[in-house]
Ligand binder design. Structure first.
Ligand SMILES: NC(=O)C1=CN([C@@H]2O[C@H](COP(=O)(O)OP(=O)(O)OC[C@H]3O[C@@H](n4cnc5c(N)ncnc54)[C@H](O)[C@@H]3O)[C@@H](O)[C@H]2O)[C@@H](O)CC1
Ligand SMILES: Nc1ncnc2c1ncn2[C@@H]1O[C@H](COP(=O)(O)OP(=O)(O)O)[C@@H](O)[C@H]1O
Length: 462
């Protein structure tokens, strides 16, 4: 992100910060505020905000990480307002007895984790009962990727300026930010034209969802083929069909070994007793959930000229060169473990660097990739397309089979004519919202999530 000189923008940032701190304190007058002030503009923000709080009667002390490189004007302003300074060696009692701590060690200029002195302060802060407000972003997280290298500040509240940074949206860094409040300081004209990330909201998703018209019939609305399930895992087929039936396609066609289980639950499913190749008219295939070790249906689906979504076993069974060279688009929907296997790295490495992982998979497979988990990310094969971060969801979705529901839902949207990027984005959004409704603060099941999809759809579109 381009950096701008201080000045008016910094004053706006400081005003917003001071107002947020005042909201977070029972009262400003007489409260004890400690500033963790680094040598950059992020530190200067704390000094200007601290000056505003000092003028309102707070007792404000700035712990200066680099006393000789502190922003001189900002420091003068704090001192004039009655604030005081301390060095890092005196920080322990100041942090322990503060009501509120403003973290301005580093902002968007901090890369590669905190340096030792800052690490020490972050450790002391973790043991403090004070409310921690991070300036722009919590110090120590990687602003542009959401990675965390070593110790980082854990904030209760982050006041961010102008735009959300990727690190505030992607785990693991996201978890360090607490609640995030965006303040508009007039940066819009200076932000990059194409963002690195985008996060679709209700109205964006509503505009993508298919709507039947007077001319619609089941074939025009799209037929989604589900090649899933096995004698070992029949439930995966049932759940993928459950998701597909709620995804906007006009019909769901099933091929596989779980016909009886699928029909028992969903008699409206069309059944084909062949593989995908001869199954009849289908506008998009979902291949892989519960497929166990049979590569044939996956290979047959990939040999068609319609979009294919590969999930679960399908990811393992598919041939990478076939995916890369097919003409019709492919959508991959791995969780972190599956992504790790495809990339030849560990699950932990994927979870620590989700943005890199999803981009790399999209590049290697020349496919759209939806990486599931605590932060769901969707990357298109074109590296210049912003990665999408899903805004809905709940950890209650981490329940067996909920991924199968997602694959059916996304496949149905593909069959209805959405591009892989839009189908994946809309499916993740609906699925996350349905997960929240189904769970409502208590454990839920994949089937409940599927049944909550229509409510999520209605909420988005009405
Ligand atoms: N237009 C803008 O971009 C605005 C930026 N503002 C603030 O300016 C910040 C960016 O300021 P800067 O570019 O000066 O950068 P930072 O203040 O984020 O960090 C740079 C300073 O931190 C030190 N540092 C770097 N990495 C470190 C590490 N790992 N551990 C400890 N110290 C480290 C460096 O020596 C450098 O002096 C934003 O985050 C925001 O708070 C606001 O004032 C509003 C306007
Ligand atoms: N910690 C989490 N927070 C939010 N959502 C999660 C979390 N863990 C998993 N999920 C979501 O739950 C679903 C699980 O899918 P998946 O791992 O494929 O399960 P399964 O293979 O059992 O169907 C995905 O939509 C994923 O994004």
């Amino acid at each position: 992100m381009a950096r701008l000189p201080a000045g008016a923008l910094m004053q706006r940032a400081a005003a917003g910060l001071a107002a947020a701190c005042a909201d977070a304190l029972p009262r400003v007058y007489g409260s004890r505020v400690t500033l963790l002030t680094g040598s950059g503009d992020n530190g200067a923000d704390t000094l200007y905000a601290g000056a505003r709080l000092a003028r309102r009667g707070a007792s404000v002390t700035a712990v200066l990480l680099a006393p000789d490189r502190t922003h001189p004007e900002a420091l003068k302003t704090l001192l004039r307002a009655g604030g005081t300074t301390a060095t890092a060696t005196d920080a322990a009692p100041l942090l322990q007895h503060a009501d509120l701590v403003l973290d301005g060690i580093v902002g968007i200029g901090g890369k590669g984790g905190l340096r030792p002195e800052a690490t020490h302060l972050a450790g002391l802060l973790a043991a403090s009962p004070a409310t921690v407000v991070a300036v722009d972003l919590p110090s120590g997280i990687e602003p542009d990727t959401g990675e965390v290298h070593g110790t980082a500040v854990r904030a209760d509240l982050t006041i961010t300026f102008g735009t959300h940074k990727p690190g505030l949206l992607i785990d693991p860094a996201r978890a360090y930010a607490g609640s995030v409040r965006l303040i508009d300081i007039g940066l819009a004209a200076t932000l990059p034209h194409t963002p690195a990330l985008e996060s679709l909201q209700h109205a964006d998703i509503a505009a993508l969802l298919p709507r039947p018209t007077g001319e619609s019939d089941k074939y025009r609305r799209g037929v989604v083929g589900i090649a899933a399930g096995s004698t070992r895992y029949p439930g995966a087929a049932v759940l993928a069909v459950a998701g597909a039936l709620r995804g906007g396609a006009g019909a769901v066609r099933y091929v596989g070994a779980a016909t009886d289980a699928v029909l028992a639950r969903f008699p409206e499913t069309l059944i084909s007793h062949t593989g995908p190749k001869k199954a009849g008219r289908v506008q998009a295939w979902v291949a892989g959930p519960g497929a166990a070790d049979d590569p044939a249906p996956v290979a047959e689906a990939l040999a068609t000229d319609v979009p294919v979504l590969l999930d679960a076993d399908g990811l393992r069974l598919a041939d990478r060169d076939t995916v890369r060279t097919r003409k019709a688009p492919t959508l991959l929907t791995p969780h972190a473990g599956e992504a790790a296997a495809l990339l030849g790295i560990s699950r932990e490495e994927v979870e620590a660097a989700r943005l890199t992982a999803v981009r790399e998979l999209a590049r290697r497979y020349d496919a759209t990739v939806l990486l599931k988990g605590s932060t769901t990310l969707i990357a298109a094969p074109d590296p210049d397309t912003p990665v999408r971060v899903n805004a809905t969801g709940t950890p209650w979705l981490a329940t067996a089979g909920s991924g199968d529901v997602l694959s059916g839902l996304a496949g149905s949207l593909l069959a209805a004519g959405l591009s892989p990027l839009d189908a994946a984005s809309a499916a993740a959004y609906l699925h996350g919202l349905a997960g929240r409704y189904a769970a409502d603060g208590a454990p839920t099941s994949a089937h409940d999530v599927a049944e909550a999809i229509p409510r999520a759809w209605r909420d988005i579109t009405t």
